[in-house]
Design a protein around this ligand. Structure first.
Ligand code: FAD
Length: 286
């Protein structure tokens, strides 16, 4: 089933998982998948290393496993470090396994890996995928601007080009300040971007994540968020509960503001996903 058909009928609620390290067998994620699928998300997306991580072969296997177990899978597919032949192989395998939904991405540019020249932007990949079969294609978007873009205006113009190339719907980068998402959504609408946009929500539930947020993600950290994280950073259980509560608050406000969907970055943690689902099941279904 094409994910685009889900929008408009309800608030779409999806999960994201990442494959295990290549030094572990793929099966180590199966229990996690089973628990997440038990929460009945509308679909589960599987990340795919842009190159270098070596575990990208697992992404297709995991997406297949999700489909076999009765949930719609979405395969992430970054292009910057792959040749057309490698993209053809991934798309061919996806088709063979009945995986119809692709999140088409550029991938981050790794200074240690010279980019392959076949695709420069996600929009190039989208045009290419469209020529290869009947896929539902999603794209990424950035409520607080993609770090490589000169400014938000340039980034939104590029996003419009990505949608015009054929992105059926969008999933946002994580953010902690809903106001930034609302401002972005308005700018996107003014630019004529009228496909559904899912809001990416990451519950921050441990200290390592806080450090990563501060150094790499570029999301602005509202005073309320910083206060909570500072207060509980040395108390693992309190931090976990506070992170879940913060994410729940974000979701309640987003749904009240008519968001098309919520994409939960589960970090492969079923406990956290379950607590969030329990807290919002009534409002997601309303
Ligand atoms: P693009 O849409 O190509 O944009 C990249 C930059 O180029 C932006 O600054 C944009 O403004 C600019 N740009 C776009 N088109 C043009 C143009 N025609 N001319 C000039 N400039 C242009 N990475 C992975 O490796 N694997 C994953 O599984 C993965 N999953 C992700 C899931 C989500 C929901 C998100 C939000 C990101 C994910 N990423 C993943 C990270 C993503 O690959 C990076 O953020 C990457 O830097 C940009 O990818 P993109 O597809 O948004 O790129």
């Amino acid at each position: 089933m094409h994910i685009k058909e889900l929008f408009g009928k309800k608030t779409v609620f999806s999960f994201e998982v990442f494959p295990p390290k290549k030094t572990s067998p793929v099966e180590v994620i199966y229990d996690t998948l089973e628990e997440l699928q038990g929460l009945a998300p509308d679909f589960i997306s599987v990340t795919f290393g842009a190159g270098g991580s070596g575990n990208s072969k697992y992404a297709l296997e995991i997406a297949s496993k999700i489909k076999e177990s009765g949930t719609i899978p979405m395969l992430h597919l970054p292009c910057i470090n792959f040749t057309k032949a490698e993209i053809d192989a991934a798309l061919g395998e996806a088709q063979q396994r009945g995986i119809e939904n692709i999140l088409a991405l550029r991938g981050d540019i790794n200074p240690d890996i010279p980019p392959v020249d076949d695709f420069h932007y996600a929009s190039d990949l989208i045009t290419y995928i469209k020529s290869k079969g009947d896929f539902d294609i999603a794209g990424a978007c950035y409520p607080e601007c993609h770090p490589d873009a000169a400014d938000m205006i340039e980034d939104i113009k590029n996003l419009k080009a990505k949608v015009d190339a054929g992105a059926d719907h969008l999933i946002s980068q994580l953010f902690f300040d809903n106001e930034s998402f609302y401002a972005f959504r308005e700018k996107a609408a003014i630019a004529g971007i009228n496909v559904p946009i899912e809001a990416g929500i990451m519950p921050v539930v441990n200290k390592n994540q806080i450090e990563r947020m501060v150094t790499t993600c570029g999301a602005s950290l509202p005073a309320k968020f910083v206060r909570i994280m500072t207060k509980y950073e040395h108390s693992p259980e309190a931090l976990r509960d506070a992170g879940i509560a913060y994410a729940v608050n974000q979701i309640v406000d987003l749904v009240a503001s008519g968001v098309d969907g919520i994409h939960l970055y589960t970090m492969n943690k079923p406990y956290v996903a379950r607590k969030i689902c329990e807290a919002v099941s009534g409002i997601i279904g309303a």
